[in-house]
Design a protein around this ligand. Structure first.
Ligand code: IPM
Ligand code: MN
Length: 354
């Protein structure tokens, strides 16, 4: 029987609850389709600070490197908010992404017909939306040096090298080839030199993909277009911070930030996590929506080559939503029954194993 080693990073806040549900669903499809998932837990974020005084211990990096894939929940919370920057949970996540070479972050936003009413946008605007943000994840202003702060002045640096732009652009064009063959590259080239280079390099890379249409869009316009007419987008290619912002915006097209998964790839081992944070305000109450994490687990199965199983999971989510089961975040949208985090996980696991 095929065996996959999965590094599990539950993290903080709702992280443990939602990851547990993803594992429940993974186990259901693994036994159905005849493979085994071996889980090894490591600490990241606040949970790691509490034990190791380090948000990303070496042991965690090594554990991840020695796995076939990484399943991650979320990190952060008020308990660790006042720590110096290098000790913050977020810094741990950034260090992990960087150490593992995960430069490409894929964030698909797909509408579930069953949740058309959950979006803050009109049904006719969002029906049929199917886009993917391809976010550069290990460069840009998040990592640029120099960075500095004193009481009167602070700065960060947005840097992209040709190599960094090339490799993420290739990922975006390849994604587009699997989809509707359109890339919208988002930048701020009317103001920033770094965006001028971004645009030039993306143009060059595009020549290798004559079947894919390329357009450029300024980030302010892209933010507006995403709510005006999201159906115009197929693949959105963008840098680290613009991608962070636009993918949160894209989640509201779908209806809840609790619905959007992501895959971080480019290194030896892929990492799969919901795009949302650790929601400390609702942690432990059993009301978090596990679907973003369960969909991330499905992306992980695609990555491992178990696409039959990932399809089972996606179909199961659709069925469960069609029957009217909702977690609290979606309680006002055609809910027949409001269920807990764990009940939602069980329902999806059962339907996936049918
Ligand atoms: C995300 C998060 C992270 C980011 C934070 C927690 C560092 O917002 O994955 O989108 O900004 O990349
Ligand atoms: Mn974010």
């Amino acid at each position: 029987m095929k065996n996959y080693k999965i590094a599990v990073l539950k993290g903080d806040g709702i992280g443990p609850e939602i990851v547990d549900e993803a594992i429940k669903v993974l186990d259901a499809v693994a036994s159905k389709d005849g493979f085994n998932l071996e889980y090894n837990e490591y600490l990241l974020g606040g949970a790691a600070i509490d034990v190791f005084d380090n948000p990303c211990p070496d042991e965690t990096i090594k554990g991840c490197q020695n796995s076939d894939a990484i399943l991650f929940g979320a990190i952060g919370g008020p308990k660790w908010d006042n720590l110096p920057k290098e000790k913050r949970p977020e810094t741990g996540l950034l260090k992990l992404r960087k150490s593992l070479g995960l430069f490409a972050n894929l964030r698909p936003a797909i509408i579930f017909d069953e949740l058309t009413n959950a979006s803050s946008l009109k049904p006719e605007v969002i029906k049929g939306v199917d886009l993917e943000v391809v976010r550069e994840l290990t460069g840009g202003i998040y990592f640029g040096e120099p960075r500095y702060k004193d009481d009167n002045k602070a700065y960060n640096t947005m840097i992209y090298s040709r190599d960094e732009i090339e490799r993420i652009a290739h990922v975006a064009f390849k994604e587009a080839q699997k989809r509707r063959k359109k890339v919208t590259s988002v930048d701020k080239a009317n103001v920033l030199e770094v965006s001028e280079l971004w645009r030039e390099v993306v143009e060059e890379v595009a020549k290798n993909y004559p079947d894919v249409e390329l357009e450029h869009m300024y980030v302010d316009n892209a933010a507006m277009q995403l709510v005006r007419d999201p159906k115009q987008f197929d693949v959105i290619l963008t840098g680290n911070i613009f991608g962070d912002i636009l993918s949160d915006e894209a989640s509201m097209i779908v209806g809840s930030i609790g619905l959007l998964p992501s895959a971080s790839i480019g290194g030896k081992v892929g990492l799969f996590e919901p795009i949302h944070g650790s929601a400390p305000d609702i942690a432990g109450q059993g009301i978090a929506n596990p679907i973003a994490t369960i969909l991330s687990a499905a992306m992980m199965l695609d990555y491992l080559g178990e696409d039959k199983s990932s399809q089972r999971i996606r179909n199961a989510i659709k069925k469960v939503l069609a029957k009217g089961y909702r977690t609290k975040d979606l309680a006002n949208f055609d809910a027949k029954e409001v269920v807990t985090t764990s009940e939602m996980g069980t329902l999806i696991a059962e339907h996936a194993a049918e």
